[in-house]
Structures are given as structure tokens and as C-alpha cells.
Design a protein around this ligand. Structure first.
Ligand SMILES: [Zn+2]
Ligand SMILES: [Zn+2]
Ligand SMILES: [Zn+2]
Length: 339
């Protein structure tokens, strides 16, 4: 499986606000596996996820989990296999053991017993007299298995036609549409549990931690914060930033600041810098900050300077938080000097 980056995750989250809620739940509740519960109407139900989205139908929840599996956030695990009606799709299936001759399901399983002394062979029912076993031929009572009598084996007897046989025919009956079908026609489908992709969880936990930390730093410094922030540009286009924050000072002045976070395994190239510059060109924030984990390429760093984007490079989340704190204080100081 390829590495899931913070960038991938933020893209997924943007595609569906429900994803963020779900991911936060996974992290905060330390969930590592989503366990299904079987239901005759819907097949797989996921009670914990249903609790999280009480307005969603079980079918929508199934589709949501499939989507997350396609994104690589969840890994499907076959939890069970169940029989589904090939005619109507119902999970409410009864299974019958049937007589091979007359096909009725009114059959009984019985044991064949031999009375060792007289050699009589008959069914258990023929020998049974209340709670005793009595030979129907010689009328002697049987006490000890393997001394008085022995069990010759199990077989089935049809109560309808009297036929005796070793193996019944297995027939499924749908409780919804009433039709019968065999294993050859049945739909045999998987019920999935889902494991949380641990690599993703790690990245996500870091991502949430970082955004939460940056947000609270800004709020502590008196900023009004939105994360993510939607900002309309002069072109009319709505641009999204990881964080948007406004600081009010003086009489009616304010400073608007945007933050973007990029994380990668390797050095970060100039693409996120160019993207951020394009958005800033349209939205004109007072300050744009790019947090790059672990570092920027020389060219990307030079571009930041050219575009007047402040950059923070740090090998760790903790390091970037510290540098961000210092930078925000510096920005505030120079702002109040201007006021
Ligand atoms: Zn029969
Ligand atoms: Zn006997
Ligand atoms: Zn059916």
C-alpha cells in the first residue's frame, strides 16, 4: 500500500465533510476495527458508525464505508459469508434438510441401533420406551452401550415417504419472497469488518494535532480563526486555505492571515508554493504562511521569498508548532507597532 500523506487526507476530507467527522472519531476513540453486526434486512450493519451518523440509513452507511475503503482509509476484512436470495436479494434465508426422494423437509435424524445379544437392528425410536431402551424383538432391556448394544450410525428418515438416507438435500428458502433455491443458485456474499489503515491513522493524528495546535496558538493570540477557511477572491473564485485568521487592532483595522500546511516524506518542491501564490494573488491576504514538513527545496524556498510567502520548515510537527508560535508573535508585534 502506498504511503498516505497529510495532503491526501486533506483532499479526502474536502471531498466530503462526513469524512472529517468519521476520522476524528477514529482518532479520538482509538478505533482500530469497525465490526459489523448481521441483520436480516440489510446484511451488514455497523452500529458504532450508525451512532455517529444517526440520520443516515444502514445502506448509506455501507456505501460510506466502501468509499473510505476505496480511499485507502479502511481495509476491508471478510468477517463472515452469508446466503442471499438470488430472486429478491433478501438476507432472511431459512435452510432446510430435505428428503432426496419426495423433497419434503419433514425429515428426522435418527440413530441405528443393534441389540448385540439377539442381533436385532432398528432405529433409536423403536428401542425407546420412556427413558429406557428395550429391544422390540426379544423385549430385553439394554443398559450398556458397546456391551448390550451398539450404535451403527446416524441417518435420516423421511416422515412423508419413509425413505432412509445418509445425506439430506440442502435447500434454502427465502422468507421474503418464499422461493426455494439451492447452493448452486444462491448468492454467497461477504460481510466485511474494516480495519483502520494504521499508517493513515498516524498521519491523520499528526495532521489533526497540527491543525488543532496552530488554531489554538492563533486564538490565544487574539485571532478569529477559521479552519479550513473559504475566501472569495477578486475574480469571484472561492479559494480554500487550511487556516484563515483575522486579527483586529487599532480603531477598525485588521490583519488577515492564511496558513497552508504541506507534509511529505521528502523535500517539498515548488508546486505547493505556486499554488499558494495563485490563491493569494486572487485573495490578497496580509500575510501568507507555508508550513513545510520536513523541508523545502532551494527553488521552493527562493520562490517563497519572491512571492513574499513566509515559510516555516521543520522536521517534526512539534518543531513546526514552536516556530509558528514565534512567527505569530513577531507578526503581532510589528502590527501593533504600525497601529
Ligand atoms: Zn420423502
Ligand atoms: Zn433383542
Ligand atoms: Zn427472496
Amino acid at each position: 500500500m502506498s504511503k498516505v500523506t497529510l495532503e491526501d487526507i486533506s483532499r479526502m476530507v474536502r471531498s466530503d465533510p462526513k469524512v472529517m467527522k468519521f476520522l476524528t472519531y477514529l482518532i479520538e476513540e482509538h478505533v482500530s476495527r469497525i465490526i459489523p453486526r448481521f441483520d436480516h434486512v440489510h446484511g451488514a450493519r455497523y452500529p458504532d458508525v450508525e451512532k455517529l451518523f444517526p440520520k443516515e440509513s444502514p445502506t448509506l452507511i455501507q456505501q460510506f464505508l466502501t468509499k473510505l475503503a476505496n480511499m485507502g482509509i479502511l481495509i476491508p476484512i471478510v468477517h463472515d459469508k452469508v446466503i442471499v436470495c438470488p430472486f429478491c436479494g433478501s438476507y432472511d434465508i431459512n435452510t432446510h434438510y430435505c428428503c432426496p426422494l419426495c423433497e419434503t423437509y419433514n425429515i428426522v435424524r435418527t440413530i441405528l441401533i443393534e441389540h448385540i445379544l439377539c442381533g436385532y437392528i432398528g432405529t433409536y425410536e423403536e428401542f425407546r420406551r420412556g427413558d429406557r431402551l428395550v429391544c422390540p424383538r426379544c423385549k430385553r432391556q439394554l443398559f450398556k452401550p458397546n456391551a448390550d448394544y451398539r450404535a451403527l450410525g446416524t441417518f435420516f428418515k423421511c416422515e412423508n415417504c419413509g425413505y432412509r438416507f445418509d445425506e439430506p438435500v440442502i435447500v434454502h428458502a427465502c422468507r421474503r419472497c418464499g422461493k426455494n433455491f439451492t447452493y448452486k443458485e444462491a448468492i454467497y456474499t461477504a460481510i466485511y469488518a474494516y480495519d483502520v489503515n494504521s499508517e493513515m491513522k498516524e498521519e491523520l493524528a499528526k495532521g489533526l494535532l497540527l491543525t488543532t495546535a496552530l488554531k489554538s496558538i492563533l486564538e490565544n493570540e487574539g485571532f478569529r480563526v477559521e479552519a479550513p477557511a473559504k475566501v472569495e477572491g477578486s475574480s469571484g473564485t472561492i479559494h480554500e486555505f487550511d487556516i484563515g485568521a483575522r486579527y483586529y487592532y487599532g480603531k477598525d483595522k485588521s490583519l488577515f492571515l492564511v496558513v497552508e500546511v504541506v507534509a511529505s516524506e521528502d523535500e517539498i518542491d515548488d508546486r505547493p508554493v505556486v499554488r499558494l501564490f495563485a490563491k493569494c494573488y486572487d485573495t490578497r491576504p496580509d500575510v501568507a504562511i507555508l508550513i513545510a514538513i520536513p523541508s523545502l527545496s532551494d527553488h521552493a524556498r527562493a520562490l517563497c521569498k519572491l512571492y513574499k510567502i513566509m515559510s516555516i520548515e521543520a522536521s517534526s510537527i512539534g518543531g513546526s508548532i514552536k516556530k509558528f508560535q514565534d512567527l505569530i508573535r513577531k507578526i503581532k508585534e510589528s502590527t501593533s507597532q504600525r497601529a
